[in-house]
Design a protein around this ligand. Structure first.
Ligand code: HEC
Length: 106
């Protein structure tokens, strides 16, 4: 039981640190995106596309930022073979900028 509490405390602290370090795209990615997109944005087969080094990420920041803020579901989905949609996660404008910067740096 104690171990579970410790793990929960660590997970919470980790999640909150992602909020506290709002400008650190890498930390935000780790806490809010890597569960689906994989560590270092390498993608997760059958779940979420690779982001690191793709044409979409190398392209205009605008559409990347819009996808991060609004998500992408339904008819807008690009990867029809993936059952999941990109969720709208309540990412702020500033955090989206930090995430775009981080993704472009990979
Ligand atoms: C619940 C899983 C999930 C989470 C969490 C998630 N994504 Fe996604 N993401 C997806 C899926 C699935 C797609 C593909 C949607 C589609 O079919 O167009 C996607 C698409 C994207 C795309 C567009 C990629 C392209 O090639 O068009 C970007 C950029 C992106 N996600 C960034 C993020 C960022 C940044 C976060 C964290 C703030 C995040 N995602 C969190 C599942 C997730």
């Amino acid at each position: 039981m104690r171990n579970i509490i410790t793990v929960v405390a660590i997970v919470l602290a980790f999640g909150l640190s992602g909020v506290a370090l709002a400008a650190d795209g890498g930390e935000i990615f780790k806490s809010k995106c890597s569960a689906c997109h994989g560590k270092d944005a390498g993608g997760t087969p059958g779940m979420a596309p690779k982001l690191a080094g793709t044409d979409f990420i190398k392209g205009d920041a605008g559409p990347i930022k819009a996808t991060i803020i609004n998500g992408r579901a339904g008819d807008a989905k690009k990867y029809k073979e993936l059952p999941l949609a990109m969720p709208k996660l309540g990412i702020s404008d500033a955090d989206a900028d930090a995430l775009v910067k981080y993704l472009k740096s990979l």
